[in-house]
Design a protein around this ligand. Structure first.
Ligand SMILES: *Cc1c(COP(=O)(O)O)cnc(C)c1O
Length: 394
């Protein structure tokens, strides 16, 4: 059925599904690399793009298409493009929208490898980028150049939980003839829809909230405009970073409960953030749902909830961080986020270790920051776990 006009939870359950002859309630896994041409009379002319159906799974596949249709509908875009990973989506975005001599402005605290891909690889082909704190739009305005083709914002950004005004960023980008893309991984389409706020492209690492079960790596792009969608799809197909049908099946399954998972996790996150804020061993808490967060009001305006990512700084700095990492039992010490299980990590020594200390500080976090991705366990158990770990700090 068409998901048009449905509420978000109905879209999550039914989006992208079209009943087949068997009546299967789920989208089947079309685990096939190739598809028979159905109108043989056209012969070789089919290769000229005349075949209406599926041809080859790198180009398109019914299971993958169901997922793409569902996410495009959630984000209110013209179409979705599923990719092998979140980074596959970032690569597709850069390659489609930048070229030799082109300039990009991006969030300083953008996902580390998104920055590395630009500085290590796209720079070799003559593209340039400025990384600035986009939570202050004045920095974005100042960084714009005549050659700026893309503004690429991550909001909320990892791990300092900085929020960028998407509507304001879109106005600046468009005034300079540039497109705005938003990495919406941390919010998920359940809490934030950047295309509705003026962005041209939205990107997700579906490895995180969209899939939500820590069993798939994948990515997706959604474009507002059909022309931009076609440019992105062409690059995805020619660089071969397509999703696999089985991967798509798992993601569709995960997506159905996105609303339930996000609601539960963010409810617990608020309780935990408040508890941490009053704990003597905690120096500061960064949770966008707390009034103490510098962009709390902005987050309230552009998101429909605050999510479940918490950053906290321990009074004992790096050493105290190490003790907490060693002592937690229910929370798992691991990178990644957005799953049903609570994960804890130390950005300075784990996910953001490749950055210099100065770059980490420019991205808004210190070496004592702990990142906590709240899952759907009982909140009392999560607090008891943190409590016993914090009590080990001398
Ligand atoms: C994980 C992540 C990515 C990269 O996605 P992968 O699926 O790991 O390739 C990009 N952006 C953000 C915000 C992420 O958290």
């Amino acid at each position: 059925m068409s998901a048009k006009g449905l509420g978000i939870n109905s879209k999550l359950v039914h989006g992208g599904y079209h009943p087949d002859a068997t009546g299967a309630v789920n989208v089947p896994i079309y685990q096939s690399s190739t598809f028979a041409f159905r109108d043989a009379a056209h012969g070789a002319t089919l290769f000229a793009g005349k075949e209406k159906g599926y041809i080859y799974t790198r180009i398109g596949n019914p299971t993958i298409a169901a997922f793409e249709e569902s996410v495009a509908s959630l984000e209110n875009g013209a179409g979705g493009i599923a990719t092998s990973s979140g980074l596959g989506a970032v690569n597709t975005l850069y390659m489609a929208l930048l070229g030799q001599g082109a300039h990009m402005v991006s969030t300083a605290a953008v996902y580390g490898p998104s920055r590395g891909l630009m500085e290590k690889h796209f720079a070799r082909f003559g593209a340039e980028a400025s990384f600035v704190d986009t939570s202050d739009l004045e920095n974005l305005r100042r960084a714009m150049r005549p050659a700026t083709r893309l503004v690429y914002v991550e909001s909320p950004s990892n791990p300092a939980m900085q929020v960028t005004d998407i509507q304001g960023a879109a106005a600046i980008a468009h005034a300079h003839g540039s497109l705005l893309a938003v990495d919406n991984t941390f919010a998920s389409p359940y809490l934030q829809r950047p295309l509705d706020l003026g962005a041209d492209v939205v990107l997700h690492s579906i490895t995180k909230f969209i899939n939500g079960h820590a069993d798939v790596v994948g990515g997706v792009l959604v474009a507002k405009d059909a022309g931009v969608h076609a440019r992105l799809r062409d690059v995805m197909v020619t660089t071969g970073c397509n999703m696999d049908p089985h991967q798509a099946y798992l993601v569709i399954r995960g997506l159905k409960t996105l609303g339930l998972r996000v609601e539960r996790a963010q409810q617990s996150a608020l309780v935990i953030a408040r508890w941490l804020e009053s704990h003597p061993k905690i120096q500061s808490v960064r949770y966008i749902g707390l009034p103490s967060h510098p962009q709390h009001e902005l987050a309230k305006r552009q998101m429909s909830g605050f999510g479940s990512m918490i950053g906290f700084e321990l009074t004992g700095g790096l050493e105290a961080g190490r003790i907490v990492m060693d002592r937690v039992r229910l929370a798992t010490l691991a990178v990644s986020l957005g799953g049903v299980e609570t994960l804890i990590e130390h950005p300075a020594s784990m996910t953001h270790a490749a950055m210099s200390k100065a770059a980490r500080e420019a991205a808004g976090f210190t070496d004592g920051l702990v990142r906590y991705s709240v899952g759907i366990e009982d909140v009392e158990d999560l607090i008891a776990d943190l409590d016993q770990a914090l009590s080990a700090i001398p």
